[in-house]
Design a protein around this ligand. Structure first.
Ligand SMILES: Cc1cc2nc3c(=O)[nH]c(=O)nc-3n(C[C@H](O)[C@H](O)[C@H](O)COP(=O)(O)OP(=O)(O)OC[C@H]3O[C@@H](n4cnc5c(N)ncnc54)[C@H](O)[C@@H]3O)c2cc1C
Length: 262
């Protein structure tokens, strides 16, 4: 079985600060991590590899050269192959151009059974890239996966919804997106770390290595126009009215009158 896991290197949001003047993220000196949902996707792929012989797990990322750090961590967790898509032509991509580029690389990679993505990245936060890859490759897709089993040539996934879950069966090849409830990602092993910096080698692919329409990638291929970006103003804490219900209503009416709302 061939499993491809799309992982994105993101800034550790616990560490991110906003430049008050420009309203942009201060990225300098901010540690980067593998996007949390992508670690769950990778863990699930590695569990399938542990269970089913002849399973290969390939991690794929589009990003700058420093994204190799994320791929090395994936190697250390147990991934077999890693591909970094890095080319100036990919820069400035919105979700459409990102998913087009990733799908272009997957077309070049050949046969696969499962493409695993995280549900969403903690920086961009759109949750669009996984489903878009599925559409580009004309695959069935199951998002928000919180439990996964194989049944012959099918996957049986629990798809989380607000008040329960759907159980969905799909033939492979299939695209899945993982959520945190799916599993507890493993730590890299000593053997894995040794291999990551020894025999395993990250392949770096450029535009020439993938199958893609060049008008659909990078800034040129990005239909999204960012009009304005800003940090929402922090609001003061609300007030909780105490007392019995009639006291609360009386107080609420006083407050609303004070502010000339009623
Ligand atoms: C006009 C515009 C220009 C932009 N320019 C840049 C830029 O120059 N540089 C830049 O870094 N960002 C840029 N971005 C942001 C970039 O579009 C998003 O980071 C990217 O498309 C992923 O979207 P997301 O973070 O919402 O991911 P989501 O859709 O939330 O991610 C879902 C899943 O898709 C997979 N995934 C997402 N991105 C990648 C990736 N790169 N590699 C592998 N798997 C992935 C992961 O499995 C992830 O969990 C730009 C955005 C816009 C709108």
């Amino acid at each position: 079985m061939n499993i491809i896991v799309c992982i994105k290197q993101v800034p550790d949001t616990n560490e991110v600060k906003i430049d008050k003047k420009t309203g942009t993220l201060i990225r300098e000196g901010v540690p980067s991590i593998i996007n949390p949902d992508d670690r769950n996707a990778l863990e699930e792929a590695l569990r399938l590899k542990d269970k089913y012989e002849d399973t290969k797990v390939t991690v794929l990322t589009m990003g700058p050269p420093q994204a190799k750090v994320a791929l090395n961590e994936a190697f250390a967790m147990g991934a077999d192959e890693a591909i970094l898509l890095s080319d100036r032509a990919f820069a400035g991509a919105d979700t459409w151009a990102t998913s087009t580029t990733l799908a272009g690389a997957i077309k070049k990679m050949g046969d696969f059974d499962i493409i695993f993505c995280g549900r969403q990245a903690i920086d961009g936060d759109t949750a669009q890239v996984g489903p878009q890859i599925g559409e580009h490759l004309d695959l069935p897709q199951i998002t928000y996966v919180e439990d996964l089993k194989l049944d012959g040539d099918n996957v049986v996934a629990h798809r989380a919804i607000e008040d329960g879950h759907y159980v969905i069966k799909s033939e492979m090849p299939v695209l899945l997106t993982a959520i945190g409830e799916l599993n507890e990602p493993r730590y890299p092993s000593i053997k894995g770390i040794y291999e990551a910096f020894g025999e395993k080698e990250i392949k770096v692919w450029s535009l020439d290595d993938i199958i893609v329409d060049t008008n659909q990638i990078g800034l040129k291929g990005s239909p999204t126009q960012v009009k304005k970006s800003f940090t929402p103003a922090t609001r003061s804490a609300g007030e909780i009215l105490e007392g019995n219900n009639s006291d609360k209503v009386r107080n609420l009416i006083v407050r609303l009158k004070e502010r000339q709302i009623i």
